[in-house]
Design a protein around this ligand. Structure first.
Ligand SMILES: *Cc1c(COP(=O)(O)O)cnc(C)c1O
Length: 379
């Protein structure tokens, strides 16, 4: 099955009871048993729920994995991955990553004795340099947020395999429409399904997808034992969202390309960060591992001031100033004060998250309206 068919049919069966084309929302916590242990595969909805199962099968299908797990948020999914580890273990992570991931690693898991190294990964040999016998996991986000750097998943996977270290990739920005990390050698794919997967800014959810049965069993155990699952209603909504993932992503990419080109030519705009530019430092890797370049763009203005950035985002009328990304509607954000405020200013600026940086999540509206909106806010 090709990707554009999998988004609609991957892992799906029509409902056994009445042939409903969409899985019913099984809004139930428990399931009747005829005799103790005599049930139809479902006992309690923290462990399993038919609507969540349908979604988890869809996740597995579109990422070319074998097992999917749905969580109450992206961070709950990451939390489950780190719970594979023990005190004393070490993690090597991308240094330019989602602020909430950084907060979870440093403010929660460091207190449990797990050590994190945050490093630039554009050069894979840099990763090898930080591996020792305590290293158990490499955490990669690509494209990185918000600087849109690209990390070579295949190369990092080679390093990870050589040292028998797990490789997890946060695939939220790219989605499997653009990039399939398991095919490139990653062990775990993670999503904030809140973003492109759900796609309509109406659900908070997380996902993990793996190929290996034993790793899946360990994660299912954590999912059930820690309990950070999502409800059946949300499962239904994200399953519905995934059915249009390919057409939405196609338009996000088209609009993203036009807006990136427009910004690059604009006399008030300084740097534009978008991996589709030929002069982007990681453009060749982006071309190899991604099928297109997505709808996420960051940029700075020539006046390079906090005030300039603030005034730009406040003047926007169609773009909504908001946290999050990946919905049908265009959003603008100011990383330094919003998504990345939990990263200390000094750390932030080291990776280029200046006070003047603006991040756009280009939606699927008419691109001419979006450009007119940016134009009026810039001038
Ligand atoms: C939003 C986001 C997360 C966190 O997901 P939530 O669903 O908000 O918990 C993790 N990684 C990336 C890249 C994100 O954009």
């Amino acid at each position: 099955m090709k990707f554009n068919t999998k988004t609609i049919h991957g892992g799906q069966k029509h409902d056994a009871a009445y042939g409903a084309v969409m899985p019913p929302i099984y809004q139930t916590s428990t399931y009747a048993q005829t005799t103790p242990g005599g049930h139809k595969g479902y006992e309690y909805s923290r462990t399993h729920n038919p609507t969540r199962d349908a979604l988890e099968k869809s996740f597995a299908s579109i990422e070319n994995g074998a097992f999917g797990l749905a969580f109450g948020s992206g961070l709950a999914a990451i939390d489950a991955v780190i719970k594979l580890l023990k005190p004393g273990d070490e993690v090597i992570s991308t240094n330019d990553l989602y602020g909430g991931t950084y907060r979870l690693f440093t403010k929660i898991f460091e207190d449990f004795g797990i050590k994190f190294h945050f490093i630039g990964m554009q050069n894979a040999s840099n990763v090898a340099h930080f591996i020792n016998e305590k290293t158990k996991l490499i955490w990669v986000e690509t494209p990185t947020n918000p600087m849109m750097n690209i990390i070579d998943i295949k190369q990092i996977a080679t390093v990870a395999k050589k040292h028998a270290v797990l490789l997890a990739v946060d695939n939220t920005f790219a989605t499997p429409y653009l990039q399939r990390p398991l095919d490139l050698g990653a062990d775990i794919v993670m999503h904030s399904a809140t973003k492109y997967m759900g796609g309509h800014s109406d659900v908070v959810m997380g996902a993990l997808i793996v190929k290996d049965q034993e790793l899946a069993n360990r994660l299912y155990f954590i999912q059930n034992a820690s309990g950070a699952i999502c409800g059946p209603q949300d499962s239904f909504l994200v399953l519905r969202g995934i059915k249009t993932l390919h057409v939405r992503m196609q338009r996000h990419c088209e609009n993203g390309r036009i807006i990136a080109m427009y910004l690059k030519e604009h006399k008030k705009v300084d740097n534009v960060y978008w991996p589709g530019f030929e002069d982007h430092p990681n453009h060749e890797i982006a071309k190899q591992q991604m099928d297109d370049f997505g709808g996420m763009i960051s940029f700075t203005t020539k006046d390079d001031s906090l005030q300039g950035a603030m005034s730009f985002v406040e003047k926007l009328k169609i773009f909504t100033l908001a946290e999050s990304l990946g919905g049908v509607e265009s959003l603008a954000g100011h990383p330094a004060s919003m998504t990345h405020a939990s990263i200390p200013k000094k750390e932030r600026e080291k990776i280029g998250v200046k006070d003047s940086l603006i991040r756009l999540s280009v939606g699927i509206e008419d691109v001419n309206d979006l450009i007119a909106d940016i134009e009026q806010a810039l001038t």
